[in-house]
Design a protein around this ligand. Structure first.
Ligand code: NAD
Ligand code: DAU
Length: 362
């Protein structure tokens, strides 16, 4: 069983939820959390961790090979759970360079360090090691309404700089397994939502804008479909794969939900109408504004999660209705987190840049 776990990107949205989940779930594990604290990462996401003595935060870059080598040795790392990435599709359209650096070169750097430590220097017995790579459903491209959901054998067809960089990193991870025998697993997951999500992404952005009476910018016709998954369900699935998945295998993870973006935004507005009855901006649906579409916008994603269900007994627990309600509640209950994240990042500048060109007014 894993003991010394290097989590990359553990100050980001999913990574910080994973750190919290793992400290709660597995009393044997020590976490070494390597994060560069880009605009998307924040120590505010790691406040109030359960059993914080088992969590070591390292401020650093996954592309820094000497640093990564040192961590493998100093902490006798036996397991890597690799979240660190540039994750926002819109940013990859306006500036793809950092996506190539972090998502491809960063993954390559970690793989090389793992190969050196585990296969050459044998710092830990090979039967005890695992490199888990967290990827996305976006590598499979876009579905038409009548298409079946993506399976693990759907051919790759990434269509944005973000998804192309994730596809490249997936291929590298598989290549290190086939060529060098590095023990790896991969998971490809659909859209996550829940606490600590940076408010550039659809759901937190809509909640915060609605609360402040700002426009709710819906791209194109709003009929794009995403397969929403509550983030804690994702964390549970990843840990199942790390501890029970077959080396060399890939597992799809998804929520089994396929609302249109507009339906999601309507639901959030209705929840806010109820939870914020004194809001001067009710009904919040009046704030919706259709803006220029994302270039190359994928129309629909959907995940077939049969494999992880059969092999590892995982399925999502949270319904979308309850999950969205919980999420809105969480943002309403955490104004300090919102303020700290706003102050510590480029959020307002980014929103102005992104929505100015779309005809929106964030
Ligand atoms: P995020 O943008 O919220 O967090 C990314 C984290 O990585 C941040 O803490 C950031 O500081 C850190 N980071 C970035 N570059 C780094 C570098 N060079 N070195 C070290 N740390 C660095 O992302 P997220 O939404 O939590 O996504 C995490 C992972 O899950 C990503 O690999 C993403 O591709 C994948 N994923 C995300 C979703 C989703 O819906 N959010 C769905 C499927 C897969
Ligand atoms: O599918 C998994 C992917 O989900 C992850 O790999 C990515 O890291 C993650 O960012 C997410 O990508 P999306 O592009 O789907 O997420 P985003 O929240 O940016 O957008 C969700 C949908 O909402 C998408 O169809 C675009 C649309 N949208 C988004 C924003 C920010 C809007 O209509 N308006 C907006 O303001």
């Amino acid at each position: 069983m894993p003991k010394q776990v290097l989590v990359t990107g553990g100050a980001g949205f999913i990574g910080s939820n994973f750190v919290r989940y793992l400290l709660q779930t597995d009393p044997e594990v020590t976490i070494i959390n390597l994060d560069a604290l880009t605009y998307a990462g924040s120590l505010e996401n790691l406040n109030d961790l359960p059993d914080p003595a088992r969590h070591h935060f390292i401020h650093g870059d996954i592309c820094d090979r000497p640093l990564v080598d040192r961590l493998f040795h100093e902490y006798a790392i036996d397991t890597v759970v690799h979240f660190a990435a540039e994750s926002h599709v819109d940013r990859s359209i306006l500036g793809p360079g950092q996506f190539i650096q972090t998502n491809i070169i960063g993954t390559f750097t970690l793989l090389e360090a793992a190969r050196q430590a585990w296969l050459t220097e044998k710092t830990v017995p090979i039967e005890q090691v695992r490199f888990h790579h967290v990827s996305t459903d976006e590598v499979f491209g876009s579905l038409a309404p009548e298409d079946p959901a993506f399976t693990e054998s759907t051919p790759y067809a990434p269509r944005s700089p973000y998804s192309a960089s994730k596809a490249a990193s997936d291929h590298l991870v598989r290549a290190y397994h086939h060529t060098y025998g590095l023990p790896v697993t991969l998971s490809n997951c659909s859209n996550n939502y829940g606490p600590y999500q940076y408010p550039e992404k659809l759901i937190p952005l809509m909640i915060l804008n609605a609360l402040h009476g700002k426009d709710l910018p819906v791209y194109g016709d709003g009929k794009q479909v995403r397969d929403w998954l509550y983030v804690v369900d994702h964390c549970e699935a990843i840990w199942r794969v790390v501890t029970g998945g077959q080396s060399g295998e890939t597992y799809n993870i998804g929520g089994g939900n396929q609302p249109t973006n507009l339906e999601v935004v309507h639901t959030l507005c209705d929840i806010l109408d109820e939870l914020a009855p004194t809001s001067p901006h009710r009904p919040h649906r009046n704030l919706i504004r259709f803006v220029q579409d994302r270039p190359g916008h994928d129309r629909r994603y959907a995940m077939d999660i049969t494999k992880i269900g059969h092999e590892l007994g995982w399925r999502p627990r949270m319904s979308l209705t309850t999950g969205l309600l919980e999420t809105v509640r969480w943002y309403l209950d955490h104004p300090d987190w919102i303020e700290a994240v706003r102050k510590g990042s480029d959020l307002q500048k980014w929103l102005e840049r992104n929505y100015a060109q779309r005809g929106g007014n964030p």
